[in-house]
Design a protein around this ligand. Sequence first.
Ligand code: OOG
Ligand code: NI
Length: 468
Amino acid sequence: MSHPPFVHPDEIRARFSSAMSDMYQAEVPLYGALLQLVAETNCQTLEQSAELTQHLQQTGEITRLSMERHGAIRVGTAAELATLCRLFAVMDMVPVGYYDLAPAGVPVHSTAFRAVHEASLQTCPFRIFTSLLRLDLIEQPELRQQAADILAKRNIFTPRVIELIAKHEIAGGLTGHETNEFITQSLEIFRWHNQATVSAEVYQQLHDQHRLIADVVAFKGPHINHLTPRTLNIDAVQAAMPKHNITPKAVIEGPPPRHCPILLRQTSFKALEEKVAFVSSDGHFVPGQHTARFGEIEQRGAALTAKGRNLYDRLLQAAQDQLQVPANEKNAAQYMAMLHEHFRQFPDDYPTMRTEKLAYFRYFPTEKSLKEPAASRLNLTLDELIEAGLIQFEPLVYEDFLPVSAAGIFQSNLGDKGQSHFAGHSSKQDFQRDLGRDVIDELQLYEDTQQRSLTACALALKLAPLSL
Ligand code: OOG
Ligand code: NI
């Protein structure tokens, strides 16, 4: 039996990502200005570095550069999270990683919905950092109950989007027409609503508990709170922002600048103060303000192994311990100098990062290898093949997030006031129960991609299976 052709999930994701970007630029014009600054800086950076251009061409990343972005949302209930998980599955976006932000004073735990296979990531790397509010961290029982009651009443999904998700689950895909509808209907979930669902008094109570609680509970839905394009030179964009009337946060989160970038560096412009309307008990609207939405940029580097990540975490902690206080406008330069100093211990060339097993790599046969007779290399190990110039390697891009950085991004957009940590225990198990499935271990994904590239090398060079 034939069925109408389904649109590939990668294409649905690419179209959704682009529609989301259009919507957000219309909602937050400053984000459009940031996008332009990033595009210009990327162009200049490529012009100035033939090495970088070649590396991006080699890995194919050059083609995904301009559509590269992530976004973030915050949801209030387990049911919302579980339904979003089904919605993102339509676009082959699955939950990867578990991030506990409570120790850093943000009452949420999170995952990132993203594509997992390198070919899909190549088509569209769009990711959504998704946080679930932890009402259990609200101290006052009455307020906790009130927040739960408000959330229980809202429905963030249109009936049609639920039908389309079910259609996808039963039939295995969406047709062209259904895809159009799916994108329009999905955007409704993430749209900004300037009308709060609560009174100014309730908003204030929630806000006093934590600004983030007000952001999640007081509105109709999980508005997209930022989008993030990928820059090739985050330091240049950070420095150029003020000239473009964009106010950046004090410091760039993540590792210091390096010759061989690792993981993820991020910065954002500060959340805007926006006009909203609260409802009074007699049904009137009361004008007020809310601060939640911002723009962010990121520079991605090599994905680290568990060993590399441990080293990263240790060096970052050492720099933060040395500074003693949270990084801010006044100590930003001092903090960057400390960070730089500590990260001298992290090798800054790919061959060492590879032999010390600090990062994941993708392996390619060289042109030379394809011209030579196979017999000459039959018994060589991977290292010997590399040594002989028959195989080359490029780092895998880190596709995920960093909890300490994420907390820094949250904090800078929530104001400095606030609790420095929550004591309540968090649990990946609880999160997975609410999500309706397990999250995927990101390290395993990098491991798989690396191994697939080795398998492809062995096949191309007519060799027995290769391993590290
Ligand atoms: C999410 C903050 C985390 C990132 O890039 O680390 C994040 C939020 O503010 O909801 O997006
Ligand atoms: Ni972000």
